[in-house]
Design a protein around this ligand. Sequence first.
Ligand SMILES: Nc1ncnc2c1ncn2[C@@H]1O[C@H](COP(=O)(O)OP(=O)(O)OP(=O)(O)O)[C@@H](O)[C@H]1O
Length: 493
Amino acid sequence: MSVHVEARNVTKRFGPTVALNGAGIAIAEGETHALLGRNGAGKSTLVSILTGLQAPDEGEVLFSGEAAPALADRDAWRRRVACVYQKSTIIPTLTVAENLYLNRHQTSGRLIRWGALRRSARELLDRYGVDVDASALAGDLGVEQRQLVEIARALSFGARFIILDEPTAQLDGPAIERLFERMRALREQGVTMMYISHHLDEVYEICQSVTVFRDARHVVTRPVSELPHDELVAAMTGEATTAYQARSRTPGTSVAISATGLSLRDRYQDVALEVRAGELVGLAGSGSSGKVGLAETLVGLRRADTGTIVINGTAVKPGDVPSALGAGLGFVPQDRHHEGFVPLLSIAENATMPIAHKLGRFGTVFPSRRRARAVQMIEDLDIKTEGPDQPVGDLSGGNAQKVVLARALSDSPAALVVINPTAGVDVKAKQSLLGAVEDAVERGAGAVLVSDELDDLRICDRVLVMFHGRVVKDVPRGWSDPELVAVMEGMEE
Ligand SMILES: Nc1ncnc2c1ncn2[C@@H]1O[C@H](COP(=O)(O)OP(=O)(O)OP(=O)(O)O)[C@@H](O)[C@H]1O
């Protein structure tokens, strides 16, 4: 099989950081090729180079054996490659049709022909079997539909190579299956794909080959059938790792988080829950179950229509984050880019924000104390960085996620709400994040862990399963995967 896309001996530096060090990848025509590596291994940097957003300092990119176009020739790049990112590149205030034909409106004279535009968009969506209304506002689409529009847009430019960068991070089980069906169909049509994910099972299901990067270097490329799971993990981490062992504990008697009669229209109805100090309660359910909306209500990001929330003995003001934080809550939001950290501030500043008052006097923070705390957090959570002064915006996605958790844990919270804490986090870092949550619970926090990952939920003392906005079952520890999934899919109550 001929090589469709190749990066050869690529080096890329950001100041003192070497993001790629003579690394490369060769992707055969028509295959789905996984790119794996721990957080900060250099995957996103390679994506930006393969899509022509950045030039390598050294090395070259080839498409079908020919040198890549000049960076400024965006059209030439669009005909060769497209990337579906975890974060959408679609403009929410425009319609689907406008998004599809952005920058290439069909004009007659200088007027945009809206009717023709909508018709072309409809044809294009039909051609790729995407069941989305062309005149809908893109901002109203769900993650799954949005991804399909992005794939159709990529193909419509003529690209035969698509990069999927953690596409399943925000999809629930059935949506992931539908994405895989579509990927298989695209592959049958000869489309070449590069697939980035921290879910190794997905790689075995959907990819034919795998390349692993570690510390900015290429480590191995193999057919997936020839690289068993433990060897793959060892290639990523540089050592053999064992599965995470959930710890057992006895919850206390005082109540850390309680909610009664909570309802929010179109999200969830009549929810009551009670989490004791030293107890870890999971919240599970499919995409439309209401679990994230409920968790966001507990932390004050949303305001329920009815009901009350008490955190650590204080009735908190509805829809008011400072009130919840003031009562002793720490939280990790779903959308860490909007709510999780301040990109221009350093790791030390971000991670110690809630405890700034404890690190100095009279409104000033002693830099040495802040640094010391931050150095400890970097070590505890295994954050890959130049040091505590590096801005969080420069960290890889997974490492930025760890800073958000460090911040949530920094003030020894009495109550903790974490939403999908391990999304985008590598196989080894997952263990340190789960360990950090269990540590906080052992120190007495009452915690709610919302997750789409069964492996995360396994550390919980019990799991509340939501279905269509209601808590349908309280499942004690010791469940099997099929049992929990059946409840999540509404097959058993
Ligand atoms: N703009 C930048 N400025 C400074 N350093 C950067 C920048 N972009 C990336 N880096 C650094 O380059 C290294 C590689 O990062 P990259 O984002 O490619 O990792 P990744 O493999 O995609 O990780 P993740 O799985 O967490 O997304 C990291 O150490 C990161 O901090």
